[in-house]
Design a protein around this ligand. Structure first.
Ligand code: NAD
Length: 365
């Protein structure tokens, strides 16, 4: 075994159907008396419900979170938290709402209690993002890591099926990259493998019945593990590509992760065989990249960049942007390799079955 450093993310997790009943107790545990409940406008009803449950320990709700945390939205939320004298932030929703809570915590060091309702995983990371003049700036800061996370699968029953599936692949992508991360270690790898196993078990059940609580529990449990490893391990080419495509072309977050994932795994297959084997092992399939692609198709997820709004003529610029500041990656990142990967993802070719992918694997050897 290689030497490694493992740094656990602190934080308390309360998991299970009806875990949200613990909210008042958990707020008390944090020593908070004046919680401000955040959500998107679409989830204002959930925020109101949580605020009502907290009674006098809530100072109100702020249902104005939007995607990618625009700095003006963050400033208004920070001002509102200050005006109300909030001593804790409750973030009820997906990565956008939790992102807004993080912006407040970064400024004020208020503790966050997160109630995630998607599989994006932001609740388990010390990573924040703020968008100013169209540019997203990200960073890591311990102050933004939620102190408590309540995972209640009941709150995910109404997550639309298409969003559930792409959000699930978004989570799997965190775990896949953690397995071949520069700072991968045996513990994060265990969690990553189990996260992939749990999600790939749960997602097909959701397709049959989006309100099946066992499938929802499997997916949410997987999302927790995948989010946790995103917080503890570094990211590689997959995340770099998604950040470039999301940042410069505003492609939808979870769908972009979904489309890129099988191609990023195929790109790294020859350079990180053990990690890619573990993805396959979690899915009970010998060819991890192909199995991910097949599952995407089976579940009706988008499989090509052209389906989600990318233009063929922008692929070269996307590859150039990746090359400007590449992340660590097990296989060296070359413009030729990235362009071939993007070409395959653009067309939605099954990894291993195209000229581009074959060349990609061959040149990694
Ligand atoms: P989201 O939070 O933007 O949610 C998408 C929409 O779905 C919103 O309208 C939301 O209100 C709605 N929604 C969420 N849960 C629902 C539910 N259970 N039922 C019905 N509607 C529901 O989407 P997301 O994919 O969770 O988050 C994406 C954002 O999170 C991106 O900005 C991304 O960069 C960020 N993110 C950050 C990290 C991190 O570690 N900092 C990790 C992952 C994602």
């Amino acid at each position: 075994m290689k030497s490694f450093t493992f740094e656990a993310s602190p934080g308390r997790v309360v998991f299970g159907p009806n875990a949200i009943d613990q909210l008042p107790h958990e707020i008390e545990q944090l020593g908070a008396r004046r919680a401000l409940v955040l959500s998107t406008p679409q989830q204002a009803e959930l925020a109101r419900h949580l605020s009502d449950r907290l009674g006098s320990r809530s100072v109100g709700l702020y249902p104005h979170a939007v995607m990618h945390v625009p700095v003006e939205v963050a400033q208004k939320a920070i001002a509102e938290a200050g005006r109300l004298g909030a001593d804790c932030i409750v973030a009820a929703g997906g990565g956008s709402t939790i992102g807004l809570a993080k912006a407040i915590a970064l400024h004020s060091a208020l503790p966050i209690l997160a109630v995630p309702t998607t599989y994006a995983g932001s609740e388990m990371t010390p990573i924040y993002g703020l968008t100013e003049a169209g540019l997203k700036r990200t960073g890591r800061d311990r102050r933004v890591l939620p102190r408590t996370v309540i995972y209640d699968p009941q709150l995910t029953l109404d997550l639309p099926i298409a969003m559930s599936i792409s959000s699930g692949f978004n989570a799997i992508a965190h775990a896949a990259e953690a397995l071949y991360a520069e700072n991968a270690n045996p513990v994060t790898s265990l969690m990553a493998e189990e996260g992939i196993r749990s999600l790939t078990r749960g997602l097909p059940g959701l397709k049959v019945n989006p309100r099946d609580i066992d499938s929802r529990s499997d997916c949410l449990y997987g999302a927790w593990l995948c989010g946790a490893v995103l917080g503890m391990a570094s990211m590689a080419l997959h995340h770099k590509l998604c950040h470039v495509l999301g940042g410069a072309w505003n492609l939808p977050h979870a769908e972009t992760h979904t489309v890129i994932l099988p191609h990023a795994i195929a790109y790294n297959q020859a350079a990180a065989p053990e990690a890619v084997d573990r993805i396959g092992c979690a899915m009970n399939a010998p060819d991890a990249a192909g199995a991910i692609f097949d599952l995407m198709q089976q579940l009706g997820a988008p499989v090509s960049l052209k389906q989600i709004g990318m233009k063929r003529e922008d692929l070269a610029r996307a590859a150039a942007l990746v090359m400007e500041a590449p992340y660590y990656n097990p296989r060296p990142v070359t413009s030729e390799g990235v362009l071939a990967l993007l070409g395959d993802a653009f067309e939605g070719r099954r990894p291993g079955s195209s000229v581009g992918a074959t060349r990609a694997v061959a040149s990694a050897r």
